[in-house]
Ligand binder design. Structure first.
Ligand SMILES: [Fe+2]
Length: 225
């Protein structure tokens, strides 16, 4: 049955020599900016990420699109970079249909310890950046935005095995997919079915009362909403 097909196709059928090496680390992630100068100031001065390269061109080599741009790169400690494109005449980015998009689409950068995250919170707030700190228990995170509205996260690993739970992930994906397919097959409300799956798992990683406790302990650091 098609429904039983694996979600991720096996590469066993390929000759071993043809299997590419897996991605090794982040090389760069790129976003749109409308102000390269403000972006450079924020990433170099506030984030402590040196601007390590800049490229200009009148077209995008990958597609041939004749959109001119100025492309800048800011480097993290491991050599990976966050990059930006500013393009003259680029239309304003439309607001997403729901604010959730701005939270879902984000990039997290790692620091060694929980104390480092708290240090970052103090530093960012001193620089006028609104910060929300969340104790996810497996990781401890400070969330904020760059001058472009890009959602950033500074996080410390609390439980080293947080990124080594493949069976948990596989089971969760299977439950999710089966609920979706089951609802689709029977004409039931797919969104409702998926909300039901979520309700059975909510707060497994982020325990809400602990988050509230953590935030309420530090009212002096809470920025206005
Ligand atoms: Fe995150």
């Amino acid at each position: 049955m098609e429904h039983d097909a694996p979600l991720v196709q096996s590469v066993d059928a390929f000759p071993a020599a043809a299997n590419p090496i897996g991605p090794q680390r982040l090389h760069h992630v790129a976003y749109v900016t409308y102000d390269s100068e403000a972006t450079a100031d924020f990433y170099t001065r506030v984030m402590g990420m040196p601007m390590v390269n800049a490229v200009m061109d009148d077209h995008l080599p990958s597609t041939g699109d004749r959109t001119p741009y100025f492309h800048t790169f800011f480097r993290m400690g491991d050599g990976s970079t966050i990059a930006f494109f500013e393009s003259p005449g680029l239309p304003a980015t439309p607001d997403p249909p729901t604010p959730a998009f701005k939270n879902f689409n984000h990039i997290a950068m790692q620091v060694p310890t929980r104390a480092d995250v708290d240090h970052w919170r103090t530093w960012l707030e001193w620089n006028g950046t609104e910060v929300q700190v969340v104790d996810h228990h497996i990781i401890y995170s400070a969330y904020f935005e760059d001058p472009n509205g890009v959602r950033l996260e500074i996080t410390a690993t609390i439980v080293d095995s947080w990124n080594d739970q493949p069976q948990v992930a596989a089971d969760a994906l299977a439950e999710w997919s089966q609920a979706k397919r089951g609802a689709q097959a029977t004409g039931a409300d797919v969104e409702e079915a998926l909300r039901g799956v979520i309700a059975g798992h909510a707060h497994q990683a982020s325990i809400a009362p602990h988050i509230e406790h953590n935030l309420s302990r530090q009212p002096a650091h809470r920025s206005h909403r």
